[in-house]
Write a protein that binds this ligand. Structure first.
Ligand code: FES
Length: 161
C-alpha cells in the first residue's frame, strides 16, 4: 500500500527507458544503417565444402574480376600465385566490388568500393575503412595441382576481428 507511488514511478521509468531504447535502436538500424550488411548471405547460398571456380590462369594478374559460383556473385583477385575471393555485393549498400580499385597498404591488399569508398582486406573481408561497418563475406581459396581455383565460405569471425 505504502509503496504504490514508488511502484508507479519505477514502472513509468522502465517504460520510458524501453521506449527510448526502441527509438534509438530503430534510428540506428534503419535510417543510419549501423551494423547492417547488404552483402549477399553467403552462408545460406553456398553449399558446404570446396567448389571449383575456374582455372587460375584464366584470372588476370593484379585486377579484380567478377565470377559466379551458383547463385553467388564474387569478386576474385589474383596477385601472382595468391588468389582471394569475396562476395561481390558491398556490405555497405550493395556496390559492385569487382568495379573497385585495388590498393596495397600497411594492411595488405584491399579492394575499394566504387560507390562510397569502403575498403576491405581481400584476404579476409575485414573493414579497413568505412563507411561500411560490416565485414565483407570472404572465401577460403586454394589452387589445386591442376591449377583449378577452389573455394569455400570462410567461417565468420566475431566482430570486429
Ligand atoms: S556501397 Fe560500397 S561503400 Fe557504399
Amino acid at each position: 500500500m505504502g509503496r504504490t507511488a514508488a511502484g508507479r514511478v519505477l514502472s513509468i521509468g522502465g517504460l520510458a527507458a524501453a521506449t527510448t531504447g526502441g527509438y534509438l535502436g530503430r534510428h540506428l538500424a534503419y535510417p543510419l544503417g549501423a551494423g547492417t550488411s547488404h552483402a549477399e548471405p553467403v552462408a545460406h547460398l553456398a553449399p558446404l565444402g570446396w567448389h571449383d571456380l575456374c582455372k587460375a590462369s584464366e584470372l588476370p594478374d593484379g585486377r579484380a574480376v567478377r565470377r559466379r559460383l551458383g547463385y553467388l556473385t564474387l569478386v576474385v583477385i589474383r596477385e601472382g600465385t595468391a588468389v582471394s575471393a569475396l562476395a561481390d555485393q558491398c556490405a555497405h549498400l550493395g556496390g559492385p566490388l569487382h568495379q573497385g580499385r585495388l590498393e596495397t597498404g600497411d594492411d595488405g591488399a584491399c579492394i575499394v568500393c566504387p560507390w562510397h569508398g569502403s575498403a576491405f582486406r581481400v584476404t579476409d573481408g575485414s573493414v579497413v575503412h568505412g563507411p561500411a561497418t560490416a565485414r565483407q563475406p570472404a572465401f577460403e581459396v586454394k589452387v589445386s595441382e591442376t591449377g583449378m581455383v577452389q573455394l569455400r565460405p570462410r567461417k565468420p569471425r566475431p566482430y570486429p576481428g
